[in-house]
Design a protein around this ligand. Structure first.
Ligand code: N01
Length: 533
């Protein structure tokens, strides 16, 4: 076998996770490179270019904290970063830290095999290059494998087909066109109002309504930005000490029924007016007590009923099959208001799945709907999709995909037992997707990087996660999730959105502060649960 390249570390993916670990490893003098299938950096913000795409965490929070220079140099323009602004930021970081020369673009990693003889990973790329490396780091993202449902006739449609998670570079024009959109998750909630601005008609096919709260998006006032920049140290620390990694959402002190109905409504109203996810942080028990949760859910349902003028449409938009917050909350700009427009129709397919896609539209409930363009806003094979897309074999020729067939198991969301020297950034059972992602990325990267430095410094060939420690971590993860209302929802958090995928709650919902404390304890105990040989 001819090896084309030898590396200390190969990283898959040039999103925020990949770029930061590349920077860390380059600074340490490692021979390290990224392989990225796109032609640029940005990850999520490269692919999700759909109309209205923006982050649902405020830009002053959703940004790197590792470099004070970077924090001070970059100026966010809007309260929530837009996709173009976030992509620009990713490129800025790439240039500032001189990362581009170590990134192989337009190259997809297809397989990885751990060689017993060499104690190295042998990696194959889609250009047939073979790379041998000591460490393999998957920075492949949690929401990076678009899910297009297998609907009969899907290839028959003669118009344009788009997926929000793999949007074309050239923005399609919907002016004077009839558009059909399938899905009403975060991506749809953001794109529907924007597409409806120009489309002649927009048909929304909704299987499950989602809770959406107003983002109250606006330009970021310069004085607010400057104040934040001056006090970044304090805000970043507050974020680290919180549950979800967002400075302003500190753990609440009172529970839902500590206050009267009137007082509660005032609190919810204030949160609604403020925008963002503030409502979820109003009381201690909103995500653990069903009765408490109903108070917030009903508040939002009443808002929907007030905003949407057609009563039947309003009822269809009211979520009722899951507690609020147990699926990812959507943040919107005029989502519910959009249904008051005469060019927008909501088609409830909850009891009548799409039967067939036709040449000119689709059929549901024996009715054919016609449109020129079809948008799939149908989400992702989340958390495991991108990892499973690479054939990863350990030294016994067992594939990671087969080991995960009944659901992913990891140690701290970072390693998988029997897959030595393989690391994941914000993998399953880490708090990644249930937190401000960049904060979790930084914490994971620091941990993984230090682990690798420790391994090399002590002349070990390999590090492996102990299977007992892994089982304990998975059990802990499940216990924490089962003490909440999260498992009551069918969502991508538990694999329910993909037909045939194993079910089980994947993210760690114990909070970023607890998670970091646990990781720090492992380090203090000489990397407890990690075996070095
Ligand atoms: O995907 P989703 P998304 N027939 O899985 C429907 C992040 N994100 O891309 O609920 C009909 O949430 C499906 O219906 P149901 C964020 O974390 C962040 O919108 O399964 N419908 C659902 O309505 C988010 O949670 C940002 O019944 C079908 C929709 O498609 C995550 O990405 C922006 C169907 C999929 O919703 C994913 O969001 C965007 C079928 N066969 C995304 N299959 C921000 O930062 C699926 N659906 C703001």
């Amino acid at each position: 076998m001819k090896v084309d390249k030898y590396l200390d570390t190969l990283i898959v993916g040039a999103g925020f996770a990949g770029m930061y670990i590349l920077h860390k490893q380059m600074s340490e003098g490692f021979n390290v490179e990224i392989y990225e299938q796109a032609d640029d950096v940005g990850g999520t913000w490269y692919w999700n270019k759909y109309p209205g795409a923006r982050c649902d965490i405020e830009s002053m929070d959703y940004s790197y904290s590792f470099s004070e220079d970077l924090q001070q140099e970059w100026n966010w323009k809007e309260k929530y970063g837009t996709q173009p602004e976030l992509l620009k930021y990713a490129r800025f970081v790439c240039e500032k830290f001189n990362l581009r020369k170590n990134i192989n673009f337009n190259t997809k990693i297809t397989s990885a095999k751990f060689s017993k003889e060499k104690q190295k990973w042998i990696i194959t790329a889609d250009n047939q290059n073979i790379i041998e490396c000591e460490h393999l780091i998957l920075a492949t993202g949690n929401l990076s494998t678009p899910n297009t449902p297998n609907i009969e006739g899907i290839n028959n449609f003669k118009g344009n087909v788009y997926h929000t998670g793999a949007w074309p570079k050239q923005m399609p024009q919907f002016k004077s066109r009839k558009v059909g959109i399938i899905g009403t998750g975060s991506s749809a909630v953001q794109s529907i109002p924007v597409i409806s601005d120009t489309a002649e008609a927009l048909l929304v096919f909704q299987r499950t309504p989602n809770f959406s709260l107003p983002a109250r998006h606006r330009d970021l006032p310069v004085d607010k930005r400057e104040e934040y920049k001056k006090n970044y140290k304090k805000y970043r620390q507050l974020a680290k000490n919180s549950s979800f990694g967002i400075a302003k959402y500190q753990p609440p002190a009172q529970s839902t029924f500590d206050v009267s109905d009137e007082e509660r409504n005032v609190i919810y109203e204030k949160a609604w007016q403020e925008g963002g996810q503030a409502m979820l942080f109003a009381f201690t028990d909103l995500l653990t007590n069903e009765k408490a949760n109903v108070t917030a859910a009903e508040f939002v349902r009443n808002k929907i009923r007030k905003i949407v003028t057609n009563k039947e449409t309003a009822e269809k938009l009211c979520p009722s099959n899951h507690p609020i917050g147990t699926k990812r909350l959507c943040l919107d700009s005029n989502y519910y208001e959009t249904y008051n427009k005469t060019n927008v129709s909501l088609i409830d397919i909850s009891n009548h799945p799409i039967e067939k896609i036709t040449e000119k539209g689709l059929i549901t409930n024996n009715i054919e709907y016609f449109f020129d363009d079809l948008v799939f806003a149908t989400g992702f094979d989340a958390m495991t999709g991108a990892v499973n897309a690479i054939e990863i074999l350990n030294d016994k020729d067992i594939s990671l995909k087969s080991i995960w067939a009944n659901g992913p198991k990891t140690y701290l969301g970072i390693m998988v037992s029997d897959f030595p020297n393989l690391f994941m950034i914000t993998g399953p059972q880490s708090p990644g997707v249930k937190s401000q992602m960049i904060l979790s990325i930084e914490q994971h990267v620091d941990f993984i990087h230090n682990l690798i430095v420790y391994k090399k410094g002590n002349n070990y060939n390999r590090v492996n996660a102990n299977s007992k420690n892994q089982d304990q971590w998975v059990n802990h993860n499940n216990e924490v999730a089962n003490a909440t209302l999260y498992p009551l929802a069918h969502s991508w958090y538990n694999g329910d959105n993909i037909v045939g995928k194993s079910k089980g709650f994947m993210p760690y919902v114990g909070g970023v502060a607890n998670y970091k404390k646990i990781c720090d304890e492992k380090i203090q105990n000489n990397y407890e649960g990690f075996e070095f040989t």
